[in-house]
Design a protein around this ligand. Structure first.
Ligand code: C2O
Ligand code: CU
Ligand code: CU
Length: 433
């Protein structure tokens, strides 16, 4: 806590070297370390500030994905941090408990900077839900899993060649090595009956379909923007880049089971599904449970009280996804694509009329998925979210609740979170006034 009563964090972005594969150092970037960054954590009502210092060889930015804050503090393309400069955003945490994350967001270099390793989690706690009997011992039964794919060349360097297209890539570079929390081939020792995992798909392009090798059921307890009203039983969870989910998994003594990514149902045609990783299967983490497990309290039947379904006003705003465009236009730093009323709810209709998979993320808001192709959203899309998969030839309807911060000068972004698409211009800007 600083002299102004703010909780102060520090992120030093620097170059480093990480041995993902034994004996083969890889040049990486990180925050306060060589790859990825620390998990930041604050409570609803806290006033926070961050000193972000850029020791990287080029300018970057740090965006607080999913955080409810004024546009000027959002860390998007309009908040560049020059080499050796320090950026000092500050805000008040004003949202329910959620698993958020931070990552660079400069126009046209987001893919490179995230891929090299600048990213981390930001966990928000809320006194209103603190008492819920959910697993909460960080690193023991409340475990973050940042899932990313990488392509590592024989000399140990990261392959970034197809990062922004070329060759047979439609969604960007897909790697064959899976890292979880920056570790290749990870395992985790389970000590409690229930474990809560905070999953983040921190990949540039790869879409994961998370489940267990033995198909065991798990409970979805939170979506991107916070806890659900009640746990939802699932045995597969589709997670596109930028999406988070919290799940609770039951283990038995002596269990030996792998969390996997199964071929994701991308709903693309045969060729495009293959090119976008739709046939791929990966082991994510191996779990080994102790011979005796510490008992966990039973999962509560209800979690967080859900606010009434937001009622959009005004005409729907329709965004059609094209060849790395929205409504036929690529991102322009000086062009506004939408003006939104501060604190209003709008219906946004996201239309993917292409053969290529996309997803959609909006800053300065959270949203409910109203329907997907006219049908009620599946269980994993029922919570409050900020990022959603948009399959080829499909339309996703959102009720977007905008924040009460008004600023006519600094815009918020909306974009495809497949980072090669975003960098190619599949992004737009809006202000709330
Ligand atoms: Cu995760 Cu606009 O970003
Ligand atoms: Cu964001
Ligand atoms: Cu896209």
């Amino acid at each position: 806590t600083d002299s102004d009563g703010r909780k102060r964090f520090r992120l030093d972005l620097r170059e480093g070297s990480t041995e993902f594969l034994p004996g083969l150092p890889t040049a990486t970037w990180g925050a306060n370390g060589t790859y990825l960054g620390p998990t930041l954590r604050a409570r609803r009502g806290d006033r926070v500030a961050v000193d972000v210092t850029n020791h990287l060889p080029e300018r970057t930015s740090v965006h607080w994905h999913g955080m409810h804050l004024p546009a000027e503090m959002d860390g998007g393309p309009h908040n560049p941090i020059d080499r050796n400069a320090t950026w000092q955003p500050y805000w008040t945490i004003a949202q329910p408990a959620a698993t958020l994350w931070y990552h660079p967001h400069l126009h046209q270099t987001t893919a490179q900077h995230v891929y090299r390793g600048v990213a981390g989690l930001f966990i928000v706690d809320d006194p209103a839900t603190d008492a819920l009997p959910l697993p909460k011992q960080y690193g023991v039964d409340d475990v973050p899993l940042v899932i990313q794919d990488k392509k590592i060349k024989d000399d140990g360097t990261l392959d970034t060649s197809k990062m922004n297209f070329g060759g047979l890539t439609i969604t960007g570079l897909l790697g064959d090595k899976i890292l979880v929390n920056g570790t290749y081939d990870p395992h985790f020792e389970v000590k409690t009956e229930l474990v809560r995992f905070r999953l983040l798909n921190g990949s540039n392009a790869r879409i994961f379909h998370v489940g267990f090798a033995d198909d065991r059921e798990f409970q979805l307890v939170a979506a991107d923007s916070g806890l659900l009203g009640a746990p939802q039983p699932l045995n597969r969870l589709l997670l596109s880049p930028g999406e988070r989910a919290e799940i609770v998994v039951r283990f038995a003594p002596g269990d030996d089971v792998v969390m996997k990514s199964f071929p994701p149902p991308l709903k693309a045609n045969f060729a495009y599904a293959r090119l976008a990783g739709g046939d791929d299967e990966h082991d994510l983490v191996k779990f080994v449970a102790a011979g005796t497990l510490r008992p966990s309290p039973a999962l509560p039947a209800t979690l967080a009280p859900q606010p009434p379904a937001p009622q959009p006003t005004g005409d729907p705003f329709r965004l059609t996804m094209g060849d790395f465009t929205f409504n036929g236009r690529t991102m322009e730093m000086q062009r506004l694509d939408r003006v939104v009323g501060t604190g209003t709810v709008e219906r946004w209709e996201i239309v993917n009329s292409q053969l290529i998979p996309h997803n959609f993320h909006v800053h300065g808001s959270s949203f409910h998925v109203v329907d997907v192709d006219g049908e009620a959203p599946p269980a994993h899309l029922r919570g409050v979210k900020d990022t959603v998969y948009v399959a080829p030839n499909s339309t996703v309807n959102l009720a977007v609740s905008f924040l009460p911060y008004s600023d006519a000068r600094y815009p918020y972004m909306f974009h495809c979170h497949l980072l090669a698409h975003e960098d190619s211009g599949m992004m737009g800007q809006f202000v709330t006034v």
